[in-house]
Ligand binder design. Structure first.
Ligand SMILES: [Zn+2]
Length: 364
């Protein structure tokens, strides 16, 4: 496109960057020097992409008055689970846009943010209960424009992501808005209230007589919080490097916040199938498996949180492995079972970790 473009056809590649002044920058396709001459419709499209909570590179096609938006492949939107670096519990934001820009709650409309990474309690649902450290949160869907429940909720979209968070132990950022009827609600603007874990979820009949999904959230004490790396990884990307010196955390803490990027990667690599017994569990939120550290994390073992030190196991085999009821030989055989550990060609296990585990077998 040239600076004099009008009635033009062409495409501009933009990088959507919510933190930038304009919200985006031009990567290619725009040759003009004067930013005030930038085509208004393309600017409007780029702003809309940003406002819907997206990031990354997009082609915006303008073809005789018709705008088409195309995401440039290979750049997934980043979704941050757990704490957002630099944002403390209690921090306030003037509006949803500011919370979006700070990555606390991406998107400016939905109560449940991308992939269930965050929720906002504002007006919403009469069935919500806010007791500060314990919240009963109602899922999304089935409401008319006046927030009256007129249909059953379904376990899909945000509701399904929250159910997945419960199964995987993924924490949720909780913020409160000014319309929330609660002593914990801010007088104006929005307030980030910290990380919560989903303790339980169930299907219930709400006060309007329709099915709703309810989630019991419990605030995670600050000393329990371990860093959870940013997710948003697609399986096609190279396996993550992991962390050779993970934070030393107690077993209790890991049960609270036990989802890591490595855990996600190992489960996806094996499609949630147990490497010992071949079991693949399906629950309502999707497939379920556990990430087992061969050399345990935390003192005194200080095993690394890396692919070489993890297995994808079903809950039964995870318990048996943690209690040394099953062990793995150097040739990957499992003597107690008469079978062999299933290991993918791309999954390099560190035999030192396997020996470390084997050397600690309890005498029975
Ligand atoms: Zn198993």
């Amino acid at each position: 496109l040239g600076a004099e473009a009008s009635g033009y056809s062409g495409k501009v590649k933009v990088a959507i960057q919510p933190a930038a002044d304009e919200g985006f920058s031009v990567v290619s396709g725009w040759s003009g020097k004067d930013p005030t001459r930038f085509p208004a419709r393309i600017r409007a499209a780029a702003t809309a992409i940003k406002d819907f909570g997206h990031e990354g590179e997009y082609f915006i096609h303008h073809d005789d008055g018709v705008i088409k938006i195309q995401k440039v492949s290979g750049k997934p939107n980043p979704v941050i689970f757990g704490e957002v670096p630099g944002v403390k519990s209690g921090e306030t934001f003037p509006d949803r846009q500011a919370m979006h820009d700070a990555n606390v709650h991406r998107g400016i409309v939905q109560g449940i943010a991308a992939e269930g990474s965050a929720i906002v309690l504002n007006e919403g649902y009469v069935d919500d209960e806010d007791n500060g450290d314990i919240i009963i949160y109602t899922g999304q869907g089935g409401q008319d424009s006046k927030n009256v429940q007129v249909a059953d909720q379904e376990l899909r979209a945000g509701n399904k992501f929250l159910a997945r968070n419960y199964a995987e132990g993924i924490p949720v950022r909780v913020s409160r808005g000014p319309k929330l009827k609660s002593p914990y609600a801010p007088k104006k603007g929005y307030q980030y209230g910290g990380l919560y874990r989903i303790d339980h979820y169930w299907r219930d009949i709400g006060v309007h007589g329709f099915a709703i999904y309810r989630y019991r959230l419990i605030r995670i004490a600050s000393q329990e919080i371990v860093p959870v790396p940013a997710a948003g990884d697609s399986p096609a990307r190279p396996l993550p490097q992991g962390n050779q010196t993970p934070d030393r955390v107690t077993t209790t803490t890991q049960r609270v916040v036990r989802s890591t990027r490595i855990g996600k990667a190992i489960k996806e690599l094996y499609d949630y199938t147990c490497q010992v017994c071949g079991t693949r569990l399906e629950i309502h939120s999707g497939a379920y498996a556990e990430c087992c550290h061969i050399k345990p994390l935390g003192k005194p073992h200080n095993g690394p949180d890396v692919m070489e030190n993890v297995l994808c196991l079903c809950p039964n085999c995870h318990v048996l492995f943690d209690h040394h009821v099953i062990t793995v030989e150097d040739d990957l055989s499992i003597p107690q079972r008469g079978t062999k550990l299933n290991v993918a060609a791309t999954h390099k296990l560190d035999l030192d970790h396997i020996r470390y585990h084997r050397d600690r077998v309890q005498a029975s």
